[in-house]
Design a protein around this ligand. Structure first.
Ligand code: 5MM
Length: 340
């Protein structure tokens, strides 16, 4: 492991003013997104859509790294240029999702475990060779009656720590993503309590696997009310409780934290990140690693039509710029109305 190199990459991935584009939807997930805009989910359409984002010169100025799905990392643009080269030329780092999705966790009804550790040690050098300098693994923890269980928290954080150790051995920075879902009707304090439990356990597991914290990026959820909560906490409360939770759980050796959006609206995800950065100085850099909150608007603007590419790129650039400002605590709501 070259820790100096890993640390350099982790710092670059979370540079203030920039963040990460999570474009690693598996084929099933991108099909759902394409269904929503009436686009057929073919390999060419997936390629065209992602190529459009990576060729957005203005948007990519705010993107330090792109998380890719296995199909995309090997794909070539229409003109034959490897998509990873387009990303690199924009000054951004290619990364790769290496988990293989979730399966039911035995004896724990309603809970899942993320798969993909078998053969991971053999797969990582091939991804490095192809240009990946970081990887991503997502664990899914749900909140409900009687869940999460001790088993779900421990098995999932253990798997994440094993993955992180394997990545570092291959000189790839692991994004560690223990996601507590916001799908339920729980309040923000329940989310705070469960996320704190998951993060405390996560850092203990990383310690046991001897993972160097200087060479990881944490990708957590925010402390936030469930989508179906009777009353949802406001921006200030989300920011204060999330920062408090992270201060309690995340050692200062971690260079950067890049949030997932988890189903928040585009503007909510930006406003929350901005409000947190306005509470600084903080021990780590706080930025975004959004999937839906960065792509929802450009997907709609594109709708599978080549004549919409320029407009969709403008919409993507705008969201990327808004989030880039939020990563420095410099976003203002009135900027939302101004086009990129
Ligand atoms: C882009 O979505 C990612 C892929 O999900 P699937 O494996 O289910 O297709 C997802 O893992 C994503 O990287 C993160 O969860 C963050 O995305 P959001 O939309 O929550 O910001």
């Amino acid at each position: 492991m070259n820790l100096a190199e890993l640390n350099k990459v982790a710092v670059a991935m979370t540079t203030p003013g920039k963040g990460i584009l999570a474009a690693d939807e598996s084929t099933g997930t991108i099909k759902k997104r394409f269904d929503g805009i009436n686009v057929e989910c073919t390999e060419d359409n997936r390629r065209d859509y992602r190529e459009m984002l990576f060729r957005s010169t203005e948007g990519m100025k705010h993107i330090a790294g792109v998380i890719l799905y296995d199909e995309t990392i090997w794909q070539k643009a229409k003109d034959g240029t490897p998509l990873v080269d387009i990303i690199k030329r924009s000054g951004s780092l290619p990364g790769i999702k290496v988990d293989e999705g979730t399966k039911p966790l035995p004896n724990c009804p309603g809970e899942v475990i993320t798969m993909g550790l078998d053969k991971l040690a053999d797969r990582l050098p091939k991804y490095y060779e192809q240009g990946a300098r970081f990887a991503k693994w997502r664990a899914v923890i749900d909140i409900g009656a009687g869940i999460p269980t001790y088993s779900a928290i421990h098995t999932n954080t253990h798997a994440l720590a094993r993955y992180a150790a394997l990545c570092q051995a291959a000189n790839i920075v692991p994004i560690v993503e223990p996601e507590v879902l916001m799908d339920g009707d729980h309040d923000i304090d329940r989310c705070f309590e469960v996320t704190q439990w998951a993060l405390k356990t996560q850092f203990e597991e990383l310690y046991h696997q001897r993972v160097a914290l200087e060479g990881i990026v944490l990708k957590p959820n925010m402390a936030i009310s469930g989508k179906k909560a009777a009353k949802r906490a406001g921006v200030e409360e989300v920011a204060e409780k999330t920062v408090k939770m992270l201060r309690n759980c995340v050692p200062g050796a971690v260079p950067g934290i890049a949030f997932l959006s988890g189903g928040q609206s585009d503007e909510e995800a930006t406003a929350h990140l901005d409000a947190m950065n306005k509470l600084g100085p903080l021990p780590w850099s706080l930025t975004f690693s959004y999937g839906r909150a960065l792509q929802h608007a450009p997907q709609k603007a594109w709708s599978g039509k080549s004549e919409n590419v320029a407009a969709a790129q403008r919409v993507f650039s705008h969201r990327a710029r808004m989030n880039g400002l939020a990563s420095m605590g410099q976003w203002k709501q009135d900027l939302e109305k101004k086009a990129a």
